[in-house]
Design a protein around this ligand. Structure first.
Ligand SMILES: [Cu+2]
Length: 137
């Protein structure tokens, strides 16, 4: 009965393989948890607020002239005059709302307009220098 034993043995091995293979397959295909590390490039959105900030409502005084010599603003706005000449000037409203007095070379004068209207002004030293501020709501 050697032959029968052989067959039994082969059948047993085959049976074991049939049972074992799927298990081995499961074990083999274990956790393929590939942690794909997504690189987050630190986007440093450089919010560079324009370096040379162009100041609002500035009037340059140069060459015996106001520049701009006609400026429109809103109620509550502040206007700043900057004397870029090498000698003094003034900023004086014809109707008296403001008067800077002497603004030395390099000096500034600011005035906040709280009422709407048209403000004509001059330099009291050089009366041919004229300017206008138009204030609206
Ligand atoms: Cu002047």
């Amino acid at each position: 009965m050697n032959r029968n034993k052989m067959i039994m043995y082969v059948l047993l091995v085959m049976a074991l393989l049939i049972i074992a293979l799927p298990l081995a397959g499961c074990a083999g295909s274990g956790s393929t948890a590939g942690t794909t590390a997504k690189e987050t490039t630190a986007a440093t959105a450089a919010a560079t607020t324009a370096g040379g900030a162009v100041a609002k409502n500035e009037i340059s005084i140069k060459g015996n002239a106001f520049n701009p010599d006609n400026l429109s603003i809103k109620v509550g706005d502040t206007v700043t005059w900057i004397n870029n000449d090498s000698y003094a000037h003034t900023v004086k409203a014809k109707t008296g709302e403001f008067d800077s007095g002497n603004i030395a070379s390099g000096g500034k004068f600011s005035f906040t307009f709280s009422k709407e209207g048209t403000y004509d002004y001059i330099c009291a030293i050089h009366t041919s220098m004229t300017g206008k501020i138009v204030v609206t709501k």
